[in-house]
Design a binder for this molecule. Sequence first.
Ligand code: SF4
Ligand code: FES
Length: 262
Amino acid sequence: MTATTAEPTTGSHDTSQIPAPEGSVTITVKILRFNPELDTDPHWESYDVPALPTDRVLNLLTNIKSYVDGTLSFRRSCAHGICGSDAMQINGINRLACKVLVKDLLAKKGKPTTVSVAPIKGLTTMKDLYVDMEPFFEAYRAVKPYLIAYGNEPTRERIQSAADRERFDDTTKCILCAACTSSCPVYWSDGSYFGPAAIVNAHRFIFDSRDEGSEERLDILNDAEGVWRCRTTFNCTDACPRGIQVTKAIQEVKRALMFKRV
Ligand code: SF4
Ligand code: FES
């Protein structure tokens, strides 16, 4: 079931058990819920949650899960923007729930604040906010995201200049959250496209002077489902929580293929 963000049918809940610290405001959190054992389609549920301006959306979800409905399902681990597990659509935009502060979502003074939370698109929703990441990781694995070196093992570390390291510095920052891939209209329309994240992770090794697998990876990305499917919409760059220049990386891979030069 691929969840959509169609007009909500909203059910509300008693949230009086959630502690309301001094200075908290009430945020209405609308979550696109889906339980494959009970539902045929996703539907919106609404929760009025007390929150401090310094809370993150992840805190709101955790409070709903802890005090209102333990069946609410979402992935999270580090809560600090590092593990990449809590990408979701927050007010229609792909974000990490642990990085979005309540104070940045507040409506104008005196107006109620509503925040919508839905699963990322293009991947099958397994339950509520968590999606099947396997197609995403399959594309990632397909581009051989590891150092390939042939011949004898060196007896010391593989030396690299600062300038050579700089060529792929940006793409080392990827945390595999899928915010980019699941914001890509080409990926939504045809899940067989490798998607931006796989290309970013190929870029990280293609432009590494110590790697000897660039040609293999470029051959893989020259495929019908490879880089040429990119329509340069920049959604991926806008969505990336690590600030990676995703579209630029894709363009560099395209150029490497066109000019046979890395
Ligand atoms: S490139 Fe950015 S948005 Fe895409 S998977 Fe990596 S960290 Fe997430
Ligand atoms: S919980 Fe780890 S990135 Fe958000």
